[in-house]
Write a protein that binds this ligand. Structure first.
Ligand code: SF4
Ligand code: SF4
Length: 266
């Protein structure tokens, strides 16, 4: 036999019954009222001024004043600060323009445009070699208005080209200045490095670079760089370096507080 549908009256009665069965003592019930009344007259009298006690005791506490920016607070070793694009020991860039960092970024703060390395001599129209592999990051930008310093990009990078430094002074007066270009993010040249574009170490393959077989730039690479700098850079080379326009104030060098490859989180 099919069950009959309960009427609204029956529904209401069963709701009331359920509530009566499950009603536990409320936090606002008589137990709490008793606890509230336990303080007594003196406690009630002092309650309004008790809060001032915190302010009063802090009047005599020594304040740890920081004289920023003259005195900079040291960060934790694995602090997530400004990014850095690292180099191989001969100066070639580690970035291969794969865009994995850009895909991993949850804030869409990274823009990468890869390009092919070109071993054709510059006189013959070649743009040069910037990394040991097939490709390099021709354009690389990080928008620090968007970046949340989560570090997902550096986890995604397959070549350890992108790491984060301990540098945290990133405030500026113009929004445009907080979009960092490749030339601002590239690690400075350390001893033994030569600024690209230049060829790879003779006899070495891309994998040799990652296996640590390259220790510094060879005399041949240094000579190549000397000859290149003797000739005026072509428009193509300037574009390849990162599209830096010397007239653009965004390309101004920043005081990185002695930022070096050594300050990089690996
Ligand atoms: S740290 Fe996070 S938010 Fe910033 S660029 Fe990398 S992935 Fe994007
Ligand atoms: S920084 Fe790393 S992940 Fe990003 S494009 Fe370069 S190689 Fe790829």
């Amino acid at each position: 036999m099919a069950e009959s549908t309960p009427t609204p009256d029956e529904n209401h009665r069963s709701d009331v019954a359920r509530r009566e069965q499950t009603d536990a003592p409320s936090v606002y019930g008589p137990e709490q009222s008793a606890a509230e009344n336990k303080g007594g007259f003196l406690s009630d009298l002092l309650a309004p001024v008790a809060g001032f006690g915190v302010s009063f005791t802090n009047q005599f506490r020594k304040r740890p004043t920081e004289e920023f920016p003259e005195e900079k607070r040291p960060t934790q070793p694995r602090f997530h600060g400004r990014h850095q694009l690292n180099r191989h020991p001969d100066g070639l860039e580690k970035c291969v323009g794969c865009e994995l960092c850009a895909w991993a970024c949850p804030a869409d703060a990274i823009l990468v445009e890869g390009a092919d390395n070109d071993d054709t001599p510059v006189e013959q129209g070649g743009t040069g070699r910037f990394s040991p592999g097939e490709r390099y990051g021709r354009v690389y930008q990080i928008n620090y208005l968007r970046c949340i310093f989560c570090g997902l990009c550096i986890e995604a990078c397959p070549t350890r080209a992108l790491t984060m430094t301990n540098f945290y002074e990133l405030a500026d007066h113009r929004r445009e200045d907080l979009i960092f270009e490749k030339h601002q993010l590239l690690a400075p040249l350390s001893e033994g490095m030569v600024s690209p574009p230049h060829p790879m170490v003779e006899g070495m393959e891309e994998r040799d670079y990652y296996q640590g077989k390259v220790a510094k730039a060879t005399p041949e690479q240094e000579e190549f760089a000397r000859n290149r700098s003797a000739a005026a850079p072509t428009h193509a080379t300037s574009e390849a370096i990162g599209g830096a326009d010397p007239a653009d104030v965004r390309t101004k060098p920043r005081d990185e507080g002695g930022l070096t490859e050594g300050g990089t989180r690996r």
